[in-house]
Write a protein that binds this ligand. Sequence first.
Ligand code: FES
Ligand code: FES
Length: 187
Amino acid sequence: MPASQPPLPSAAARPPHTVQLHINGQPHELQVAPWVTLLDLLRDRLQLTGTKKGCDQGQCGACTVLVDGERVLSCLTLAVMRDGCQVQTVEGLAGGEALHPLQQAFMRRDAFQCGYCTPGQLCSAVGLINEGQAASLDEVRELMSGNLCRCGAYVQIAQAVAEVALGEGPHSSERAQRAVVTGTVPA
Ligand code: FES
Ligand code: FES
């Protein structure tokens, strides 16, 4: 007969982890259960509800945020996996009253209807620019294809992202493009 094993603690009895995150430039130290997603942490614990929950299973892109400058699906990311990281959400894109160039381009192009997908589209677009892979409107479309828009504003969204990413709009200066990459807005 094998020696009997002590029972595992129930999930509810397991101690939370301490997680340190810089979110939109602010340091946070949080006690987090190991199964809590970054999305739920942002929305439910920190009231950063700009990041949206669409499918909650990695298919729509509504929950996209930036982690250390890279776009990630926060519904598929456990908060404990990102201990020590820099997180940027849609709330952190603008510089005070000055909207981010992508936000300005979305407004100029009417790149939304209901707006539910827009925070994810914006964060994904910042990530796309940071990646530096898009060199044409078609490539912008392809690289933004993980972000669904149920209102079907794809034409305007792609145009707005391309305007900033490809430097074809009023923010085409080198300084403005650098501002997009670093998340700061030119004066
Ligand atoms: S809510 Fe995360 S991909 Fe849909
Ligand atoms: S603007 Fe409504 S889902 Fe995209």
